[in-house]
Design a protein around this ligand. Structure first.
Ligand code: SP5
Ligand code: ZN
Length: 342
């Protein structure tokens, strides 16, 4: 399997994540990638390539222009304002305060474009996010060129990012870029299967009113888990997208026996939709020892999940998302890929 990965991810390394009222070392940290790379090599998956430069036209086609300008200039604007810490959002356009007007002031702008304050921006975040998107784009290009599957070792992750908001450690929605690229290459219908522990709110939002991109997500129920406000089973799409979103929220303590039934249902829905290509949002935070999640999957379960995904028989782009039990992130991620390859 071809793998795409950019060292530029290192340029995004905030020192602080707002967690329980404290600034802690972020769960989403550069070393996650080292564990995945080490495991890939250990298992003989050594076709690891740097991505091509990001396709900016595709990123501009997906995202809000004001949002992209904001991401590109946020750090300089923040420093120019005299702020000395990392960029953390503090004021949000919440219920009854949403007039859709981005403020001029950088502190206001940050809140306008942010969906969760745990995610800090630093010098280098924009370059890292672009390099992550570039990995997804190059992996997708490989699949379009005829590879059965490719793995984008994306960091930072993407599935919480909408066309105009960052948060949940995500800035650009890599999986959505991959799905759009597959559509543009001629696939009539594509599907995004999101197995990260957290609901893929960004991906859902981007495709919610579209029938050509099916979105299925297995995740911690929003009553109990981030991102809290989206991911209920009765969110099924709207307009042309009516019926093209499928959410499988699950309770704390969910074991693989139950999770795998949801996976099978998601797979059946993707098959029924007639998808011709697949993007997998590959988070491994459903693992039993993940520090911020509450499912009970064990490492061999990820291999089995990969096997089940392969039964779709579709050209597949895997995009790395979450997974924070860092010593196990490599094993669990590569288990999915190996299970898929059979
Ligand atoms: C890509 C991805 O997996 N993003 C996840 C973002 C989660 N952000 C909120 C984290 C809340 C952490 N709460 C810690 C509770 C520890 N018991
Ligand atoms: Zn996650």
């Amino acid at each position: 399997m071809r793998i795409f990965y950019s060292e530029t991810h290192r340029r995004h390394f905030p020192q602080g994540e707002l967690n329980g009222g404290e600034l802690v070392t972020p769960f989403e940290r550069p070393s996650r990638v080292e564990y995945v790379l080490a495991r890939l090599k250990e298992r003989g998956l050594t076709d690891i390539n740097a991505p091509d430069a990001p396709d900016m036209a595709a990123i501009r086609a997906l995202c809000d222009p004001g949002y992209l300008d904001f991401l590109e200039t946020a750090w300089d604007d923040w420093v120019a304002e005299g702020f000395r810490g990392e960029i953390i959002a503090a004021s949000f356009p919440v219920r009854r305060m949403q007039m859709g007007r981005p403020p001029r002031n950088i502190d206001g702008k940050v809140g306008y474009y942010c969906l969760a304050a745990e995610t800090a921006i630093t010098n280098g975040t924009w370059e890292a996010a672009l390099s992550s998107a570039a990995s997804a784009q190059s992996a997708t290009r490989a699949v379009i060129a005829g590879e059965k599957a490719a793995f984008a070792l994306c960091r930072p992750p993407g599935h919480h990012a909408t066309a105009d908001m960052y948060g949940g450690y995500c800035f650009l929605n890599n999986a959505a870029l991959a799905a759009e690229q597959l559509r543009a290459s001629g696939a009539g219908k594509v599907a995004v299967l999101d197995i990260d522990f957290h609901h893929g709110n960004g991906t859902q939002d981007i495709f919610y009113d579209r029938g050509d991109v099916f979105f299925a997500s297995l995740h911690g129920a929003p009553e109990d888990a981030f991102p809290y406000f989206l991911g209920y089973a009765d969110e099924t799409g709207t307009g042309d997208g009516d019926g093209a979103t499928a959410n499988f929220p699950m309770a704390p303590g969910t074991p693989y026996s139950e999770w795998s039934q949801a996976l099978d249902q998601a797979i059946a829905r993707i098959r029924a939709h007639g998808a011709e290509a697949l993007v997998v949002s590959l988070g491994v935070d459903a693992y039993k020892d993940d520090p911020i999640s509450f499912f009970k999957l064990d490492s061999p379960d990820f291999t089995d999940a990969g096997r089940r995904i392969a039964t779709l028989g579709l050209p597949t782009v895997f995009c790395m998302e979450g997974g924070y039990a860092i010593e196990a992130v490599g094993i669990n991620t590569v288990n999915v890929l190996e299970g898929f390859e059979g």
